[in-house]
Structures are given as structure tokens and as C-alpha cells.
Write a protein of this length. Structure first.
Length: 253
């Protein structure tokens, strides 16, 4: 397929490992060209602001998809907002993984602040994104400025469950993925990036992550405009998301 935009990105190949969404070690023989990129660029260049929500279970591959969207359109046209930045401070209550603090319940997140910042970005106003330290479970005093861009991509497990945030999305995507794959990915990430122990990750997953996924995350996919598979080639998911973005008129909020 010829690309109207001239932009190309490599298709991702399904990884044999369960621990990561498909990645590319070296460029394959054939590139994936998507005319949807050009159509979306034209939409954004015409002055439209588009907000895309990418939801799914922890370890489903939603962050990989969200980051790819931003990478394709670049910093000048897009920005990424992570639900993980909006946890409330739990440092005074934390008593161990799988303990009294349930980080996978909607109440652990400051959706009012997230809603306010998304509305500001929708109207072209830059925001100060909070920092959350997963090692100490503390919201830090410093913030990071985020410049408003025409395409705002929002990544989070519970963003389609939240009645405050959900209406803001022009395109809502849910990434489906089997529980065993999600656990394997989360185990690797939390030990490597968040200073957790394997035993703690296992305990938290089965006491909190799985029950909250079943109660809140999985049912929220009924609000999605599109469901994609977290184990399929990333290029396939990207193509389907781009079609949705190019076809939809941005909401007036």
C-alpha cells in the first residue's frame, strides 16, 4: 500500500516470549506503509484536536501501542499522558504488596486531576504533570510540563472505567490479552523497573490486580470504539487505530 504521507514504520513481529509485546531486532525485508498516517496528519494539520484513550489490563501491551502512536506522529503533533502519573500518595498507608493499599482500584487514582489536565490539553493549554514514585508510593513535589499538542494519547488501565475521563476520548481503544501473558509481562516490569520482589508481584496480582481487572478493567471494554489484541503484530493494531482516528470527527468539549 502506498503511503500518502511518505512516512514508514517497521511492522513488529510476534515475539516468542510472553514477556514483551513484539519488538524488532533488525529491519525486515518489507516495510509497512499506512495511508492512515497521512489522513491523520491532514486532520491534525487542519486544526483539529484529537484525544485517543488506550486502555486494557496491566501488561496487555497498551503502553507499547500508546507510545507507538506518539512516536509515529512525533513530539510536534502528539503528546502522551500516563494514568500512572496520577496515583494518590499512599506512602503513609503502604504496608506491603497485596496489603491494605489496593493500587488497582479506581479510588487509588486522582481522576479529577487527570480530567482537568485532559480538558486543558483539549483546549490547547499546557499542564504540569505530577510525578509518582513507585518505589516509595509517594507523589513527589516536582512536576513535568507537558505542552498541548493536536493529538493527545492517554494510556491507562482504568481510563475507560472512569465516568470523568471516558467522555473526553474521540477514539477509545481497548487492548485485549490473556491473563497468563499479562502476569508474565507485569512480573518482569515490576521487578526490573519498580523495585518489587517476585513474591510481592505474585501476591499483589492474585489478591488485587486480577480481581480489579475482572471487576473494573475488563467490563470497561464495552465503552471502546475498537478492541485490538495485545499479542498481534503492532503494525496491525496501529493500522486499525489509525483508521478510527482518521474516520472520526473530534468531540466538542
Amino acid at each position: 500500500m502506498a503511503s500518502r504521507s511518505g512516512l514508514r514504520y517497521w511492522p513488529r513481529v510476534l515475539a516468542a516470549s510472553l514477556n514483551a509485546r513484539p519488538e524488532v531486532a533488525a529491519p525486515p525485508d518489507v516495510t509497512f506503509e499506512d495511508e492512515g498516517v497521512g489522513r491523520c496528519r491532514a486532520l491534525l494539520a487542519a486544526g483539529h484536536r484529537v484525544m485517543v484513550g488506550v486502555a486494557g489490563g496491566s501488561g496487555s501491551g497498551k503502553t507499547t501501542l500508546a507510545q507507538e502512536l506518539v512516536q509515529v506522529f512525533g513530539d510536534e503533533l502528539s503528546c502522551l499522558v500516563m494514568q500512572d502519573s496520577f496515583y494518590v500518595d499512599q506512602s503513609a498507608r503502604f504496608d506491603g504488596d497485596g496489603g491494605s493499599v489496593n493500587f488497582d482500584h479506581p479510588s487509588s487514582l486522582d481522576f479529577e486531576l487527570l480530567e482537568g489536565q485532559l480538558r486543558a490539553l483539549r483546549h490547547g493549554v499546557s499542564v504540569e504533570v505530577p510525578h509518582y514514585d513507585f518505589a516509595t508510593h509517594r507523589r513527589l513535589s516536582r512536576t513535568t510540563p507537558l505542552q498541548a499538542r493536536p493529538l493527545v494519547v492517554v494510556d491507562g488501565t482504568l481510563i475507560l472505567d472512569s465516568a470523568l475521563v471516558r467522555p473526553l476520548f474521540d477514539v477509545a481503544v481497548f487492548v485485549e490479552c490473556a491473563e497468563a501473558v499479562r502476569f508474565s509481562r507485569r512480573l518482569e516490569r515490576d521487578v526490573r523497573e519498580r523495585g518489587r520482589t517476585p513474591a510481592g508481584v505474585h501476591k499483589q496480582f492474585h489478591l488485587q490486580v486480577k480481581p480489579m481487572h475482572d471487576e473494573f478493567v475488563e467490563p470497561s471494554k464495552r465503552h471502546a470504539h475498537l478492541c485490538v489484541a495485545g499479542t498481534e503484530a503492532l503494525a496491525t493494531s496501529m493500522h486499525r487505530v489509525l483508521e478510527q482516528v482518521a474516520a472520526r470527527q473530534p468531540a466538542s468539549l
